[in-house]
Write a protein that binds this ligand. Sequence first.
Ligand code: GLV
Ligand code: MN
Ligand code: MN
Length: 412
Amino acid sequence: MKLEIDGHRLLAELETLSTFSDAEPPAVTRVVFTPTDLQARAWLISRCDEAGLAVRQDAVGNVFARWSGADPAAPAVGTGSHIDAIPNAGKYDGVVGVLSGLEAMRALQRCGFQPKHSIELLVFATEEPTRFGVGCLGSRLLSGSLTAEAARQLRDRSGESLDEVRQKAGFQGDLESVELPAGYYKAFVELHIEQGPLLERAETPLGIVMKIAAPASLRVSIEGAGGHAGGVLMPDRQDALCSAAELILAVESAARSTGSTDSVATVGICEVFPGAVNSIPSRVRLTVDVRDTDLRRRDGMIEALESALKTVSAKRHVSVLPELLNADAPADCALDVRAALSDSCRRHGLPFLEMVSRAYHDSLFISRIAPTGMLFIPCRNGYSHRPDEYASPEDIARGVLVLAETLATLAA
Ligand code: GLV
Ligand code: MN
Ligand code: MN
């Protein structure tokens, strides 16, 4: 089997997909179920049609594009990622995995490969937590990790429910219908940029993921007392933003003090009310993102934060209310998928690192229902979730080659 990867077409597709954006280039913003996201999906589906794949979409907007195998009733081999992009993102996160999956399938078709198991490209809906506060909604529902009932409770910042938004966007049917039947996938492989600097530093073109870190996120609402910035004397203040400042530092110190580089914690949103220069902040809402490869250490950071909440509340006479949005277990990648990936790397003399994914991915949830693996390619300076995110054409092409061979091995 002589695989030829059409890197030029793939790069052109990457550029085209980046033009479906609500931000000035080179930034990309593509929030799920916005008109821009729907246009991007329509364009992508037309590419899948062109490749002769059978496309279906489910009730939450996951897109499946299938190349039927010789035994269509046998479990499929899946690949894919997401195309939604956080505000002010780059053009590679998720998108590289989707377009590489498509190009891998086309390359296998071109060289005359006939799969026994169907090969399916899966474009996950709403991987990013931007709109509904929780990430990976598509894969959570597919894997039964989130019930349809719990999904129906989710609302965006304007108060619209996931159910209303997805139906308005044209995705009908019950959310109950999204969960995949047992044994749907024989295996699943996701290609993704590393979103960290280790491959580049090691001058190694590929990473094979052994484990995906456990993510958790919380919303913390702080309620103090507002008032006139000139009139209220300092001893009388119950400033919600000063309380938030202490909490933000407590989040940072919870992660720094575990002694492990795998512990990370971030406050990425701080909403201040009323937000006037001459008014004491009366209300603040923070979101906290905590991750670790070790579940006990991750939960230890959450406990440290909960204790800081109590201390700050008592010291500053403010009410502090935490709400756990998600707390997910880590995932181990499947040994047979890792072996198929590493065999392909070795066949081509491509060095690889075995590594941990500190970012989460839909593969975290798909690994609960199918043997799952991930292939990383380097990204410049480890940058991701920013407009200057970049992966080189050579690194992308190498990733597609190994992905295609791995799909062929798993689907034979
Ligand atoms: C996914 O985008 C993550 O935040 O890890
Ligand atoms: Mn992302
Ligand atoms: Mn991603």
